[in-house]
Design a protein around this ligand. Sequence first.
Ligand code: DUC
Ligand code: ZN
Ligand code: ZN
Length: 458
Amino acid sequence: MSSTGVSSADVVVEGETIEALLAPGSSLAASAAESAERVIDATGRYVVPGGVDVHTHLALEMSPEATVSDSFETGTVAAAWGGTTTVVDFCNQTLGDDVRRSVDEQFAKAEGQCVIDYAFHMSMGDVTDSALKEMPTLIDEGITSFKYYMAYPGHVYSDDGQILRAMQVAAETGAMVMVHAENGIAIDVLREQAVERGNTDPVWHGRTRPSELEGEATHRAISLAAVAGAPVYIVHLSATEALAEVAAARDRGRNVFAETCPQYLYLSIEDHLTQEGIDGLTYVCSPPLREHHHSGSLWTGLRADDLSVVSTDHCPFCEKDKLLGIDDFRLTPNGLGSIEHRMDLIHQGVVDGHLSIARWVETCSTTPARLFGMYPKKGVIAPGSDADVVIYDPSRRHTLGVESHHMNSDISAWQGFDLTGAVETVMSRGQMVIDNGKFVGRTGRGRFVKRGLSDLLI
Ligand code: DUC
Ligand code: ZN
Ligand code: ZN
């Protein structure tokens, strides 16, 4: 299975890499099988390149009160269960913080903990001269993409001038600029006004972050990137207005890319965020869940390649953390957990007729690897590539929820979702991590992936 479609092949793995793809029934395939240590019959299954999730938050301290509930160990175990073999997490510099310190801290958290391979983006929450100077050094170290926030004034927010300066460095160095595109200044006004009126329920999290302000910020990010001559990647795109900006820029032939996440494809403000108490708080993430009609446009955007990638923005919390916002939605830590379910949820999009099988592989594995400098090591089953291979049963049915998931959380935004298609076996660099439904991985065997520059820039 590849980003160009389905074909029949015997996959030969030698050590950590794919050695060959052979025609089934050929004499070469027969002799490879004879000398193999192990032969797996994947008849009736898909053999897919391991998933590449380029937006996760593991072991992230969101505030002094709330830390993401998945560590690098539990998060990568859950990822593996769901057929993801590479995650790209973030080093998180916040206001007043030193870039180098934040990098060292995140490396230390991941070191010796991961069961699959991992890499990092730099999340730059304080764009100072010294932070900008670090960018070329980080690129040499394999951190080749940088996230900036148009949201969260007073925390990790960057103004347009700061983002422009960072984009200028990216233009010189070939780095990828990632932008959280929501107009945080306007959003903060709406949030304060809502709470002053006594509107403190979870649904107000959504109502105070209107989709127009994502569209506006996306337009601004694209304009700034054009002026700087830098590529831009819009993270967690959730709204039709933002998609229209990305599509228009791509039609102009620009280096503009965007990801969406399963929550924006399946969940909605009406069905989920309007619930009271923990039921609504579970769905507080930013950008927020949108009205139903947005998800239809997002599926179309994925199909038409206006959206290039599906990542998770995995950022799970436990019930006790979410309840911090019980009297004021603003105090709820933003995020939900999906690292384990992304491949299945997007495969369900294939089952439901939203996407082709090839596009499933392309958006969940191949393109993320290409955009973020990991291809062809990751994202493809081809001779010389890392043997990150998933055997996927397209017809097995299962139900998601806290009783069966492996993410370290006592709540699930996906509780009760019935899906068709499930991971059977997962190999990471030639070693079994999930063997026919059993976890056989080892903590600490996951390796840091030193990334190069994107190979998709024009
Ligand atoms: N942005 C993210 O990318 N993740 C969690 C919260 C947020 O605002
Ligand atoms: Zn964000
Ligand atoms: Zn995120």
